[in-house]
Design a protein around this ligand. Structure first.
Ligand SMILES: *[C@@H]1O[C@H](CO)[C@@H](O)[C@H](O)[C@H]1NC(C)=O
Ligand SMILES: *[C@@H]1O[C@H](CO)[C@@H](O)[C@H](O)[C@H]1NC(C)=O
Ligand SMILES: *[C@@H]1O[C@H](CO)[C@@H](O)[C@H](O)[C@H]1NC(C)=O
Ligand SMILES: *[C@@H]1O[C@H](CO)[C@@H](O)[C@H](O)[C@H]1NC(C)=O
Ligand SMILES: *[C@@H]1O[C@H](CO)[C@@H](O)[C@H](O)[C@H]1NC(C)=O
Ligand SMILES: *[C@@H]1O[C@H](CO)[C@@H](O)[C@H](O)[C@H]1NC(C)=O
Ligand SMILES: *[C@@H]1O[C@H](CO)[C@@H](O)[C@H](O)[C@H]1NC(C)=O
Ligand SMILES: *[C@@H]1O[C@H](CO)[C@@H](O)[C@H](O)[C@H]1NC(C)=O
Ligand SMILES: *[C@@H]1O[C@H](CO)[C@@H](O)[C@H](O)[C@H]1NC(C)=O
Ligand SMILES: *[C@@H]1O[C@H](CO)[C@@H](O)[C@H](O)[C@H]1NC(C)=O
Ligand SMILES: *[C@@H]1O[C@H](CO)[C@@H](O)[C@H](O)[C@H]1NC(C)=O
Length: 419
């Protein structure tokens, strides 16, 4: 008897589970769609043909699969306003929902049914408020909720969206720490939590995400050091930790990130030198370490960064000469070294083999002359050298530099003028 009772109890549990999981994922698609329409304000009449005169597979913004079930709702940028009804997540065969760039508001229905076939959800650029949706959907691959007004903490349960490849929660008002459970999402390639109000340290567990290509955590209030373990994510292409309160030195392990093209650490409180390993990142296109407390010299090893287009080191405490190696970087377009303590002469051939558009070396302790070839690219439009000890004649070649729009040379020992 006792055994039987337990059996029955277990069966009814199974039954309840089946009942709940299936009930939330079925429904009359036609009626679900009409309820979605009725909950939205549609000033551009984008939903005007959502009516009985047409089968719903032909309604604007709807795409069906080959069994005539609704597979996609794509209504981006249609000025739709109103709330998003929970029923949208009850469409049993839905794979793609794109309602980005509208004026939808209210909370995002909080509990995703786990049986949902949804792969792609883009609600970015609306006016959604409230917390992030919870759930445990392992099929979802793309979740873009960026540029809304979502608040509260990022729940630890975010790790249950274990199938995500793309997660963008940037541009909201999320608070609290970055949950370690993100490290459960092992296929994640793109992670943006930028422009929120996150605090605490960058979890070293992120290094378990070996497929990550992009990490954007900028414009928060993250503190502590840059985890050494980030150097293990060798698939990384973009690493952006700008405008936080990060302290300590740049870990030399970042030199292992052989695929890195963009390294942005500006506006933090980083100290110490640039580790020499950084100069082995041969694929770097843009390196921005400006507005920190970095010091030391820039080594001639810089010549290894032959793909570099942008080098921003302004507002730090760098000393020593500007390395001659800089003249050998053929793609270099933007060089901003202002407000440091660089001394010695400006490399004589600067601009000759570079592709300079912006050169700002102001407020340093530079001597010597303005290089004859500084406008060698014919593209130079900004030349800012004020507050140094640069001397000699302003080169004639500058007068022929037709691209030049903005020049500041004051507070040096220059003679002659631009004609
Ligand atoms: C129904 O949709 C058709 C287009 O298929 C449109 O011409 C018609 O005005 C719509 N009817 C209503 C009542 O919105
Ligand atoms: C219908 O779609 C399913 C998957 O959605 C696919 O496996 C199947 O091959 C398709 N059938 C036809 C006839 O296209
Ligand atoms: C969409 O809405 C915005 C803001 O309400 C408005 O400025 C814009 O003109 C609208 N666009 C169209 C095409 O009506
Ligand atoms: C989401 O939609 C926005 C605006 O329509 C678009 O720019 C963005 O690329 C989309 N996100 C993804 C992951 O496709
Ligand atoms: C959306 O938010 C913006 C900025 O806060 C506001 O100007 C706009 O009126 C809001 N729109 C709606 C439909 O709530
Ligand atoms: C993360 O994964 C671990 C082990 O795989 C599991 O124990 C834990 O519950 C998961 N946490 C979340 C929040 O997904
Ligand atoms: C840095 O982030 C704060 C918010 O955290 C923002 O107000 C400020 O504009 C950002 N500064 C820059 C230069 O992006
Ligand atoms: C950032 O966090 C620090 C504490 O870590 C705090 O003192 C500071 O006020 C915060 N800054 C902002 C802009 O919230
Ligand atoms: C540069 O170093 C001096 C001391 O050597 C220090 O007072 C100053 O705050 C530092 N400035 C920056 C921007 O790191
Ligand atoms: C130089 O810069 C221009 C754009 O300003 C670009 O079109 C060109 O490809 C660059 N050349 C080299 C060698 O990088
Ligand atoms: C600038 O260089 C001069 C000598 O060339 C030196 O006397 C002075 O201390 C230096 N200033 C700084 C801020 O390094």
């Amino acid at each position: 008897m006792a055994k039987n009772g337990a059996e029955t109890g277990r069966l009814s549990l199974v039954f309840m589970f089946l009942f709940f999981s299936s009930c939330s994922c079925t429904g009359n698609e036609f009626e679900l769609l009409l309820s979605i329409k009725s909950s939205m304000n549609d000033p551009l009449q984008s939903l005007s043909n959502w009516n009985l005169s047409l089968p719903f597979c032909q309604w604007k913004g709807i795409a069906c699969d080959n069994s005539s079930h609704v597979a996609k709702i794509e209504l981006s940028g249609k000025n739709l306003s109103g709330k998003i009804p929970e029923s949208i997540f009850h469409l049993p065969y839905i794979e793609t929902i794109d309602l980005s760039s509208n004026q939808l508001f209210g909370e995002i229905p909080i509990n995703f049914p786990s049986c949902l076939s949804l792969r792609y959800l883009n609600l970015s650029n609306n006016n959604f408020t409230g917390p992030l949706p919870k759930g445990s959907n392992s099929q979802l691959q793309v979740l873009d909720l960026s540029d809304n007004m979502l608040s509260d903490k990022i729940p630890e349960e975010i790790g249950l969206f274990s199938g995500l490849e793309y997660l963008d929660l940037g541009g909201n008002v999320l608070m609290g720490i970055i949950p370690k459970s993100l490290s459960n999402i092992t296929g994640l390639q793109f992670l943006t939590l930028a422009a929120n109000q996150l605090i605490g340290e960058i979890p070293r567990e992120l290094s378990m995400l070996k497929s990550l290509k992009w990490i954007y955590l900028g414009h928060n209030n993250l503190s502590g050091g840059i985890p050494i373990d980030i150097g293990e994510i060798t698939s990384l292409n973009h690493l952006d930790l700008v405008n936080n309160s990060l302290t300590g030195e740049i870990p030399s392990s970042l030199g292992n990130l052989i695929n890195l093209q963009y390294l942005f650490l500006y506006l933090n409180k980083l100290t110490g030198p640039i580790p020499r390993t950084i100069f082995s990142l041969k694929n770097l296109i843009s390196l921005d370490l400006s507005e920190n407390f970095l010091a030391g010299e820039i080594p001639e090893l810089l010549n290894q960064l032959q793909n570099l287009e942008i080098l921003q080191l302004f507002s730090n405490n760098f000393t020593g000469k500007i390395p001659n190696a800089i003249t050998s970087l053929p793609h270099l377009q933007v060089l901003q070294l202002w407000s440091n303590k660089f001394s010695g002469k400006i490399p004589k051939d600067l601009g000759k083999r570079n592709n300079l558009t912006v050169l700002d070396l102001s407020t340093n302790n530079l001597t010597g002359k303005i290089p004859e070839s500084v406008c060698g690219s014919g593209q130079l439009f900004k030349l800012i050298l004020f507050s140094n000890s640069i001397e000699g004649q302003i080169p004639k070649s500058l007068s022929n530099c037709k691209s030049l729009k903005r020049v500041r040379l004051q507070n040096n020992q220059l003679s002659g003028e631009l004609s």
